[in-house]
Design a binder for this molecule. Structure first.
Ligand code: NAD
Length: 481
């Protein structure tokens, strides 16, 4: 597949597509009701079909990502297939336990009853995904959606054309469309879907579109999971293992050419180690990608020319305001290329300090005291990730306690995504809700409270409220405290 084919005109909404969307949505209603009664083995059998359809297309998936993003095969295996297959394995091992009703003990006021929490499917769900990791960010949420017994309509991104085609094949092979259907298309298709009264909307994308999704959901009071983006900072203090810190940060920033929601957006480096950090960065980037990264087979491309120009504008704006170019700086928008680039001495008003970068440009900011960094982080919207590199546990603890972020790693970057026993999600501006492992089951099911009355004591509390009822009420009040 070629880069040029990837720029095929995106599918927009026409009358026929609008009719098909409605038809599928209506057909999923009866199926959603039927799926309420589906058993764990039946759901696992569906996940097994999905697993097979993915594994069979391993080579096609790698090829699609090369077509969409010029991405090296190894990065697709590590960042898309590994987490996806890992999450499927978790579901295989734990789904029965996750869906088992959970008993709770009676309170004083409910003595004589039994109670439990029963996870039930939400019903008809919508999954909208972005282009940067199109496979894992589409099928990742589909796993818990199916595991919980929901139907799903998927809308992939119009920018990852090759991946969308492979995803459509996978979904068609593994599911009937009245259970899981996929619509390719641009924002007009997304808007049409958002008008439908889904029970739950799972959206991964930008905070700007996240707002649109949330207000559309409000019209039907649909529940939402919003997996959004933002500016994720990294702090490297004077005690950090500099070689490890820089190697990991540089790799995570260059993975998929920086188009990763949990990539380091910008870096705070303690003055004492600033020069050392810079030197190591330059050395690593040159060793990995050569003098001109455009020739490197290990460095991905920007998704399209528009995004490459957006990054070029961020760079020009920062430099015109006095930022120093410390490494790289090559941009060829027509070839969708932006080189790994380091910037220093960036004025606070530069656009690059306010907009999510989503590319291989790394602003490096010197600092003297933790306080300055904590203040700057708290002055900005809450990030999806915050990373700290330090050997000083007290300082790490203080930073974690005094800031807020969707997730954090200590002396590591981006690995939280692979730990499926942790919830993955943002907070406020970077997202609402989470998924992965059991957290995905929470997102795609309603936790129904059930109380089963065995003994009936409440008869004594019926009107007329005589002395007996008053004594019983008083006793309940006393025992409950
Ligand atoms: P986007 O918000 O532009 O698009 C996401 C999806 O929404 C696409 O399918 C798109 O077609 C659709 N869409 C766009 N406009 C719409 C509208 N007006 N109405 C309905 N649907 C609409 O995001 P993107 O550019 O595809 O992805 C990049 C963003 O996603 C970044 O902000 C990144 O941080 C974030 N992201 C977050 C995560 C996460 O897990 N939290 C993962 C990847 C990317």
């Amino acid at each position: 597949m070629s880069q040029s084919a990837a720029s095929a005109t995106p599918v927009t909404l026409d009358a026929e597509r609008a009719r098909r969307i409605r038809e599928v949505f209506d057909a999923q209603r009866a199926v959603a009701l039927r799926l309420r009664e589906s058993t764990v083995p039946q759901r696992l059998a569906k996940l097994a079909r999905l697993h097979e359809a993915i594994v069979r297309r391993r080579a096609l998936i790698i090829e699609a990502l090369q077509g969409d993003l010029g991405r090296p095969a190894l990065e697709t295996e590590l960042a898309e297939l590994l987490p996806l297959l890992g999450d499927l394995a978790q579901h295989r091992a734990h789904l029965a336990r996750w869906l088992r009703p959970r008993r709770v003990r009676p309170t004083v006021a409910t003595l004589g009853t039994r109670a439990w929490i029963q996870r039930e499917p939400r019903g008809r769900t919508l999954i909208q995904s972005p282009w940067n990791y199109p496979i894992v960010l589409t099928l990742g949420p589909l796993i818990p959606a199916v595991a919980c017994g929901n139907t799903a309509i998927i809308k992939t991104s119009e920018l990852a054309v090759h991946s969308s085609r492979v995803l459509a094949q996978i979904v068609r092979e593994a599911f009937d469309e009245d259970e899981v259907a996929l619509f390719e298309g641009d924002a007009s298709v997304g808007r049409a879907l958002l008008e439908l009264p889904f029970d739950h909307i799972f959206f991964t994308g930008s905070p700007a579109v996240g707002r649109i999704v949330m207000s559309a959901a409000a019209q039907h009071l649909a529940s939402v999971t919003l997996e959004l983006g933002g500016k994720s900072p990294v702090i490297v203090d004077a005690s950090a293992d500099i070689a490890q810190a820089v190697d990991t940060i540089a790799w995570a920033k260059c993975l998929n050419a920086g188009q990763t929601c949990i990539a380091p957006d910008h870096l705070y480096v303690h003055t004492a180690v600033y020069e050392q950090v810079l030197e190591r960065f330059r050395q690593r980037l040159s060793a990995w990608y050569g003098a001109d990264a455009v020739h490197s087979p290990d460095f991905a491309r920007i998704i399209n020319e528009r995004h490459a120009r957006r990054l070029a504008d961020l760079l020009t704006d920062a430099r015109s305001r006095g930022a120093l170019l410390l490494h790289g700086g090559a941009v060829e928008p027509e070839r969708h290329f932006v080189s790994p680039t380091l910037l220093g001495e960036i004025p606070a008003e530069a656009h690059i300090m306010h907009e999510e970068i989503f590319g291989p440009l790394l602003p490096i900011i010197r600092y003297e005291h933790d306080e300055e960094v904590i203040e700057r982080i708290n002055a900005a919207p809450k990030p999806l990730a915050l990373y700290v590199w330090s050997r000083n546990r007290a300082s790490v603890h203080r930073i974690l306690q005094r800031t807020s972020a969707g997730g954090s790693c200590i002396n590591q970057v981006a690995m939280q995504f692979l730990q499926h026993r942790l919830p993955f999600g943002g907070v406020n501006h970077s997202g609402i809700g989470s998924y992965h492992g059991e957290w995905g089951i929470r997102a795609f099911s309603h936790e129904r409270a059930v109380l089963d009355a065995k003994l009936q004591f409440a008869g004594a509390l019926r009107p007329p409220y005589g002395p007996r009822a008053r004594r019983l009420a008083a006793a309940l009040m006393r025992w409950s405290q």
